[in-house]
Design a binder for this molecule. Structure first.
Ligand code: C2E
Ligand code: MG
Ligand code: MG
Length: 409
């Protein structure tokens, strides 16, 4: 059984008989009467002390604080709803009373029925307002939290951008290498160069944190040039260590692809490092390729004419995969990790992968599966005729020295 606590009402009325009458009636109706006070001063003092749920306030009270002033303080400072009890009043007084935003008026003499209705309407209005205010406060809190989060992100973004602007000069970048294994020979045939930023006081930072920011700040072009040169230098060192047939793939960003002199830059790096271009593959993701197809195709032909290979990265994650295959003769297609994870348990992914592999082979394109983590995934891809795999099953991306150790062992 639920019991509701009765609403507490304070009566402010200097006609003591009338007040007693109201109190008696209220008690009969199940209200708790917090008290009867005859002046504005006492009304404020009692309301502060007893915190009633509602105050019935006679407008015309004797003393230095009249009913309207008392109601104003009780309403605004104590947030207690006030219902005025008023006899005939002039319009000036009524305007003053209105300006205190009361929860109701009862014109004396009133029927007790109306008293109850006025009290209940006022209490309900007050409860609705409290709920509304709470909701508003919650929304405000949520917006504040979102704003703070946004500020934190902005600050982090700014700090990363500032750090990045010095990173090249301070030699804070390095390349890690992740092997690619040929599924027919079971040998490492290639490595993908993946950028790492050794940010002071932050440790090693992954590209997901900083590539987009470096693109937005125009820093990706010099960084990308550094990556290609560092990868070619490293390939030369690998070749000198005996890895004569190893290829290296390098990721290019969309912003690099927009550079009109990109092929000149690539050609110069190849010449400077004396690298045979057929050992270099440039990886481009679908999303960067479709921005301006005519320009992209021109750029890709210019790059390919240098003798390097061109790969389409994360194949299948964009919406224009087929369009890209139609427009450009890619050498390699890297099947996105989302089709590879648990492929052995997913007939749907098997169908997708096998269709892509057969389509690619008909177009004379090599297929590399990305993100292979389990032997079961590898076995499945081998059965489907996939050419190469890359993923944690073979090795995560590792520094060059470690890569050399691994390949030699
Ligand atoms: P991506 O080119 O698709 O590179 C593959 C990403 O998958 C790498 O993340 C690699 O560490 C991760 N990976 C490889 N095998 C597995 C696996 O078995 N499981 C899982 N869960 N992940 C695997 P990373 O190094 O964090 O690079 C992320 C992306 O950043 C790259 O995706 C590439 O788009 C971009 N990126 C990396 N280096 C460069 C760069 O030098 N220039 C540009 N423009 N982008 C780069
Ligand atoms: Mg890649
Ligand atoms: Mg990829």
């Amino acid at each position: 059984m639920t019991t509701t606590t009765p609403s507490k009402i304070l009566i402010v009325e200097d006609e003591i008989l009338a007040a007693e009458n109201i109190a008696k009636h209220l008690r009969k109706q199940g209200y708790e009467v917090s008290g009867i006070v005859p002046s504005g001063e006492e009304a404020i003092a009692r309301s502060t002390e007893l915190r009633p749920n509602l105050v019935l306030m006679d407008i015309s009270l004797q003393g230095s604080i009249d009913g309207i002033t008392a109601a104003d303080r009780i309403g605004h400072q104590l947030q207690i709803p006030v219902v005025y009890l008023t006899a005939y009043t002039d319009s000036k007084t009524l305007d003053r009373a209105k300006s205190t935003n009361p929860y109701g008026y009862l014109v004396k003499p009133f029927k007790f029925e109306n008293l109850r209705v006025s009290i209940e309407v006022a209490l309900q209005k007050y409860r609705d307002e409290v709920v509304k205010e709470q909701r508003f406060a919650e929304q405000l809190e949520d917006s504040q939290a979102e704003l703070n989060q946004l500020k934190r992100l902005q600050e982090e973004h700014r700090s990363i951008a500032e750090g990045l602007s010095q990173a090249l000069k301070n030699q804070e970048f390095s390349l890690y290498y992740q092997p690619r294994v040929n599924l027919r020979t079971d040998r490492i045939v290639s490595a993908e160069a993946l950028l790492r930023w050794h940010r002071p006081q932050h440790g090693t930072v992954l590209p997901a944190t900083f590539i987009a920011i470096s693109e937005a700040n125009g820093l990706i072009d010099p960084i990308g040039e550094w990556v290609l040169r560092a990868a070619c230098d490293q390939l030369q060192a690998f070749q000198e260590s005996g890895l004569k047939n190893l290829s290296i793939s390098v990721n290019l960003s969309g912003s690099q692809l927009k550079l009109p002199h990109l092929h000149v830059q690539v050609e110069r790096i190849l010449q400077d490092t004396q690298i045979d271009p057929r050992f270099i593959e440039l990886e481009l993701t679908e999303s960067t390729l479709i921005e301006d197809m005519d320009w992209t195709v021109k750029q890709l032909h210019a790059l390919k004419s240098l003798g390097v290979n061109v790969a389409i990265d994360d194949f299948g994650t964009g919406s224009s995969s087929m369009l890209l295959l139609h427009h450009f003769p890619f050498d390699t297609l890297k099947l996105a990790r989302c089709f590879i994870t648990n492929i052995d348990c997913s007939p749907k992914d098997i169908t997708i992968a096998s269709s892509i592999i057969s389509l690619a082979h008909k177009l004379d394109i090599k297929v590399v599966a990305e993100g292979v983590e389990t032997q079961a995934e590898r076995d499945c891809l081998q059965q489907l005729g996939c050419d190469e795999i890359q993923g944690f099953l073979i090795s995560p991306p590792i520094p060059a020295a470690q890569f050399l150790n691994q390949i030699s062992s």
